[in-house]
Design a protein around this ligand. Sequence first.
Ligand code: IVH
Length: 675
Amino acid sequence: MATPEATQQHAALAGEIRQHDHAYYVLARPTISDGEYDALYRRLLDMEAAHPELVSADSPTQRVGGAPLGEFASARHAVPMLSLDNTYSKDEVGEFVRRVQKLLPGESFEWMVEPKLDGLAVSVRYEAGRLTMGATRGDGETGDDITANLRTLRSLPLRLASDAPAVVEVRGEVYFPTASFERFNRERVQAGEEPFANPRNAAAGSLKMLDARLVAQRPLAIVLYGLGEVHGAPMPATQEATLEWLRHLGFVTPEKVWCCRSEDELMGAIAEMDNLRGDFAYETDGAVIKLNGVAQRARCGFTAKAPRWAMAYKYAAEQAQTRLKSITVQVGRTGALTPVAELEPVSLAGSTVSRATLHNEQEMQRKDIRVGDLVVIEKAGEVIPAVVRVVLESRPSESEVFNFPQKCPECGTRVTRSTRAGGESAGVVVRCANPDCPAQVRGRLEHWCSRGAMDIEGGGEKLVMQLVSSGLVLDVAEFYSLKLAELAALDRMGEKSAQRFLEGVAASRQRDLWRLLHGLGIPEVGARSAKTLARCFECLEDLMHAPVSRLTAIDDIGEVTAAGIANWFGDPQNVKLIHRLKQAGLNFRSALYQPQAALGPLAGMTFVVTGTLPTLSREEATAKIEARGGRVASSVSKKTHYVVAGADAGSKLEKARSLGVAVIDEQELLRLCQN
Ligand code: IVH
């Protein structure tokens, strides 16, 4: 047991650290240096190591929780989380103001204007001042219990001010700070992961993770602007008082709010916010206008989904107009043809844009985009600008419909069209069918060098172009036989940069198997499935020889991907390439390999099948079990995990019962096979 002195010292130290956390993460006014803070924190850790009984759930050391969850539990909101009516039109804001005036005849009122943070709405519950539960909005009635994830947010206190009420639910928005977003995305690409399209998706993606330890590594933050259930304290009378109380309890509130008395003041606030929002720590996609008086709100009431006393005015996504000078069609490493708009340079959201994606042939037809058109481009927090529409009134009279090429613009091979199912890339894909097309060759080489694959510095568009046109490198294995002299002889390539590139190539020999798999550009195998495969196979050779049934038995590998892999390794050209990479000394072993994962959901389990099953023969049941890594034995023992029993099962069933072995039916077996 800790002595009273130790208990008291622990409480004092924890309190001191809490205050520094508040100063740093909530007030953004640090009171000590990082070094001093680390020293205090280490002392607390040491103290808790010596006296584990002192560790409480709200100790500053307890932000990052235990084991990952299997799934989120659902959490019902005591007070529903509503959404807001929103509009892009200032006229409608005026209508809203008049509507409220009609609902409250003769009354005078004030408006609060707050930033509309573009993050993820959450509700956080505190009981007796301690954080007990945090949930997503979900459908407004029930969300996901993401308590463990929210606890990792340093700007969210685990313990409130000492005069906190018995129960208080606070509501706000979790966001991914814009300042950290770009670097975060760069690092993701480096690790072979898909970048997020915008900070909002990054926040949502982070909170969806089941392992709070990973969430803790993301720089998420939270801003609070409202209340749910409250017991043991009077409800603040206004929004202004609500924000003040939230700050008093220890929360961050929106960095600037406006209190307005007239429609004119409202419009002024909206305009002023538009000028300031670029400097906020979070993306702000609009202004939320709320009636300040809480009693007045109650008299306005609600519609089915939203309160009548609030409204969101959304700022239009940043757009610009410019001329479409020409349309180029790029050929990617898989041969897919992508149309790109070459634009008269125009400034948009802080950068100069001279190219924008036109997505695909169908999208171009749908929008009827023609060379010479005045087009509207948009960058709505997305990384790549896109052409939204054509300003038809400004179309030059002689303009012509753009004919999508029937031949590859690079090598002249006739294109093929195939339909692709699913997701954003659904639709007809136009492809160059010539695998030796120089554009595809370059695409494959660039992809091999890219940060998400083999990560070879310097292997970008320019160098690859030179390597291909000079014939020095035509497939990825040839990188490994490049000589310094040949490389240094290339245009604009000094000895030093040639040397550096070769060092990068040499270092890539040691990359982990998943990077190599991703780099090979096997159809359907992106970084994610490459990692899945690398967890399931110890080395490339094992994967090469795996039958399709073994691949489809892996979680997350569907039939299309499995077929893509099997076909790719079935091509003698590719087998030869793999052989040459082996000769070049590349690592084929997987550091991610987990023997359990390799064997499927039934790994390590022993089954006995007995009796007549309703639909499966004994052989079929055995094949299913074995394909998922299970073993089928002929007799029941204490080591048997499951006995699958059908009609007329005899002595084996009795034996299972006497040994206490689990007995399941065919249906249950099929369910296990799906896990
Ligand atoms: S008040 C009943 N205030 O916008 C009022 N919402 O479109 C509920 N949001 O679900 C919300 N910033 O996720 C409020 N300052 C702010 C907000 C805000 C962002 C989000 C919130 C809400 C959505 C409604």
